[in-house]
Unconditional design. Structure first.
Ligand SMILES: *Cc1c(COP(=O)(O)O)cnc(C)c1O
Length: 374
């Protein structure tokens, strides 16, 4: 079986973990946490990093830092992980959905303005599958309507966007008031489980630090003004993070090189297409995502079953937020339609994408695709 995500821990991971064990620092108080925060923030190109226990917690912490509360609305894509909606709902706010662009599955920025109401407080662009959102329109709307931008770059660590408005290349994670990322095992940088909030704003950084640590008092430790969480990251996780971050340039090179190989080989198969890299983007190809052309009568579910028989593991695309059983039950998005999201869900899947993947394995995946679509 060619697994969907395989990688090896061949850098300083074991060495740094041993340092934790030898020194006895295994909790969040250990020195790797600060170091990882500083080094990751510097990699992204922002001032502050606040490490937390996972990406979902990072999103909620970031929204809290912005002051999002009951009655507020946050605009986000219908095609994303449920974490984005959960983070919002936990704070009592309402997720407001926007459909995606058909060729790269990122939020359709031209549909955002139509969803802005007097309750809208923030826009949450989600950089999808390694590819950045077309941010210039988001910058413009945030300015015009005085909205905050909170980006989810869990899938786009290291990806870049060329802003015509600002006339420069910008890093995903450095284009918003506050951004959140995940270090789950399949992300470009992993700590096993983990996440981080990044920002240039000292107030948001302070609020994030408070929220992840029970909002302990500053003058009097056990005096709490607000309800926080224990979202802390351990020194063990941060040690892995520091070691992975040392290798990030290599990881991105590997991802881009394998994408080129997939792209070339897949061009021979008429029933499918590779998601497009826009001219404004330097994607990190977090996963190798394809869509089936509907005219050939095979959908993603069917293809996934067939590929499994050829020893190729795949993953489906996101299921639209408007179709999630939990939200259908509560009537949250009743009557709303997002056809591009529905299409991506039905016809999209991603192929083996791990850092340990070889060109030879890609050739086998492409061969399996050819056979499975015969
Ligand atoms: C992985 C992911 C998350 C959630 O991260 P966890 O660490 O699993 O909580 C959030 N947003 C996106 C876009 C993701 O891909």
């Amino acid at each position: 079986m060619i697994p969907v995500n395989e990688f090896s821990l061949v850098g300083n991971e074991a060495k740094y973990l041993k340092e934790c064990v030898d020194s006895g620092w295994i909790s969040s108080e250990g020195p790797f946490v600060r170091r990882f925060e500083e080094e990751f923030a510097s990699f992204v190109g922002v001032k502050y990093g606040i490490a937390v226990c996972n990406g979902t917690a990072a999103l909620e912490t970031a929204l809290f830092a912005l002051g999002i509360k009951a009655g507020d609305e946050v605009i986000m894509p219908s095609f994303t992980i449920i974490s984005c909606a959960i983070a919002c709902i936990r704070l009592g706010a309402k997720p407001v959905l926007v459909d995606i662009e058909p060729d790269n599955c990122t939020i359709d920025v031209n549909q955002i303005e139509g969803r802005i109401t007097p309750k809208t407080k923030a826009i949450m662009p989600v950089h999808i599958y390694g590819h950045p959102v077309d941010m210039d329109k988001v910058f413009e709307l945030a300015e015009k309507y005085k909205l905050k931008i909170i980006a989810d770059f869990a899938e786009a660590q290291g990806a870049q966007y060329y802003s015509n408005k600002k006339r420069k290349w910008m890093q995903c994670g450095a284009m918003s008031d506050v951004s959140a990322t995940s270090f789950y095992a399949n992300k470009i940088i992993t700590t096993g489980e983990g996440g981080m909030v990044v920002t240039d704003n000292p107030e948001y950084a302070g609020k994030s630090r408070a929220y992840r640590n029970l909002c302990f008092g500053i003058d009097e430790r056990f005096s709490h003004d607000e309800l926080g969480y224990n979202f802390r990251m351990t020194n063990l996780q941060a040690a892995i993070g520091v070691a992975r971050l040392e290798q990030v340039d290599k990881f991105i090179k590997i991802k881009r090189k394998l994408a080129e190989h997939y792209k070339t080989r897949l061009a021979e198969i008429k029933q499918i297409r590779f998601l497009t890299e826009k001219s404004y983007a330097k994607s990190v190809y977090w996963v190798y995502a394809i869509e089936l052309k509907p005219e050939f009568g095979v959908d993603a579910k069917e293809l996934m079953v067939r590929l499994r028989k050829y020893g190729v593991e795949t993953r489906p695309f996101f299921k639209g937020m408007h179709t999630q059983p939990v939200f259908v039950k509560s009537g949250l998005f009743r009557g709303e339609k997002y056809p591009n999201t529905d299409f991506a869900y039905k016809y999209g899947l991603y192929l083996p994408s791990g850092l340990a993947l070889t060109e030879n394995q890609i050739d086998k995946v492409v061969e399996a695709l050819r056979e499975a679509l015969k």
